[in-house]
Ligand binder design. Structure first.
Ligand SMILES: NC(=O)c1ccc[n+]([C@@H]2O[C@H](COP(=O)([O-])OP(=O)(O)OC[C@H]3O[C@@H](n4cnc5c(N)ncnc54)[C@H](O)[C@@H]3O)[C@@H](O)[C@H]2O)c1
Length: 381
């Protein structure tokens, strides 16, 4: 971690929904001034509450991005704007986080193009599925455009605090519970309120799996993006504690989903062809492949599981090709197999208990992120 910066510069976040909030947390916790813009005023005000809660969560878990940074210091770096031009004025980096709609992205990027004055400002989109050439081709500053897709695994539910401003309530009640320690009493009351109200309104969920638990960011340049823009985006992502990967050309699904879809498709084929139960697919991943892949990827596995990758390919290559040929093409994710999977999954994970399962998943993911951070620090020293 670097030491607390005094003036790192300004980043503009366009759209203050789930992802805009996460980016605001990441950049402010790394010491950047964040200008948060949205067309909906109420979104901006709830965003600030949510950003504060996420920063406090990060701080409590020791996951702030620079030494000496606190949730309150980071929060002071975030300002909200209802004027796009002012928000992007003198920004070194702009992260667009508006809804996933190509026509909207075209409009937003056209506005950004007209307001940006420096040839150095990077114009990045958070889009999950759209390659950048789909919405940047006609822009004057198209060489500065890129996709920076955070692989946070979030739900599209609204954050709970948008429905109930528990922080305001707990802030007032807290002084009655523990007059000398506002933070402690607020935390106690907050927990009680949250669990009670979550039970009452079970379908409302918190922002989950923020990108500081899953740090991967996919960087996707358009054919016309400057290589310097790619390099600077990668450097910036690393600096704020994320793990960037870069596609060398535009490709649907980027990298993460292409790999994920290959696994989903083979899992489907194994069940559809009667090879094993859905439960055994899950166990194979959670008790086997997933454990390995949280530490090393497929190429390191090949290098380590023989005397180097060449030896691995010579030993196992023909068999791997043979098995892959047997796997065949994609299946449609519907029909009887879907009926069977739905029935089994709804028995083991009833829909009304999904929020509990999500909480457990997030708790474990947070614990894993903390463990990895400690391990990295120990390995560094
Ligand atoms: N939610 C996820 O899990 C996830 C993960 C990775 C990437 N993404 C991508 O991030 C982007 C944003 O997703 P989200 O989940 O945060 O959406 P969201 O619906 O939670 O938030 C979108 C925000 O954009 C605002 N907005 C709408 N039009 C605008 C405009 N013209 N200018 C400024 N703000 C505007 C809305 O008011 C809203 O606050 C999408 O492209 C999405 O694909 C989402």
């Amino acid at each position: 971690m670097a030491s607390l910066p005094s003036n790192k510069g300004k980043v503009a976040i366009i759209g203050s929904g789930l992802i805009g909030r996460c980016w605001s947390v990441l950049f402010s916790s790394a010491g950047y001034n964040v200008a948060l813009y949205d067309t909906v005023a109420s979104q901006l005000s709830t965003a600030l509450t949510s950003i504060e809660a996420q920063l406090c969560d990060m701080e409590s878990k020791g996951l702030m991005r620079v030494d000496g940074m606190t949730a309150q210091k980071a929060l002071q770096l975030v300002s909200s704007f209802d004027d796009l031009q002012k928000a992007v004025d003198s920004a070194l980096y702009v992260q667009e986080c508006t809804p996933e709609n190509v026509d909207l992205k075209k409009k937003v990027f056209a506005s950004l193009d007209s307001f940006v004055t420096s040839d150095k400002t990077i114009l990045a989109s958070s889009t999950s599925c759209l390659v950048p050439s789909k919405f940047t081709e006609s822009l004057t500053h198209r060489k500065q455009c890129i996709v920076a897709h955070p692989v946070s695994i979030m739900m599209s539910f609204k954050p709970f605090d948008e429905f109930f401003p528990f922080q305001n309530v707990t802030a007032n009640l807290s002084l009655c519970v523990h007059p000398l320690n506002k933070d402690v009493s607020q935390a106690i009351i907050g927990t009680i309120f949250q669990s009670l109200l979550q039970k009452m309104v079970g379908w409302v969920a918190f922002v989950i799996n923020p990108p500081y638990y899953v740090p991967l960011v996919e960087i996707v340049p358009a054919p016309w993006t400057d290589s310097d823009v790619v390099d600077r985006t990668v450097a910036l992502m690393k600096e704020i504690g994320q793990a960037p990967v870069v596609t060398k050309k535009e490709v649907n699904g980027f990298i993460f989903n292409r790999l994920q879809y290959a696994i989903i498709m083979e899992a489907w084929r194994l069940v559809e062809d009667g090879v094993c139960s859905p439960e055994d697919v899950e166990t194979t991943i959670t008790e086997g492949l997933g454990l390995r892949y949280s530490l090393i990827g497929p190429f390191e596995t090949m290098q380590l599981n023989a005397n180097g990758i060449r030896d691995y390919c010579e030993r196992y290559g023909a068999n791997i090709k043979h098995v892959c040929e047997e796997q065949g093409g994609p299946r449609s994710l519907s029909g009887e197999t879907l009926d069977k999977l739905e029935k089994e999954l709804n028995q083991t994970m009833p829909l009304e208990q999904l929020n509990e399962r999500r909480s457990l998943r997030d708790k474990r993911l947070a614990a894993l992120a903390i463990h990895r951070q400690h391990e990295d620090k120990e390995n560094e020293s």
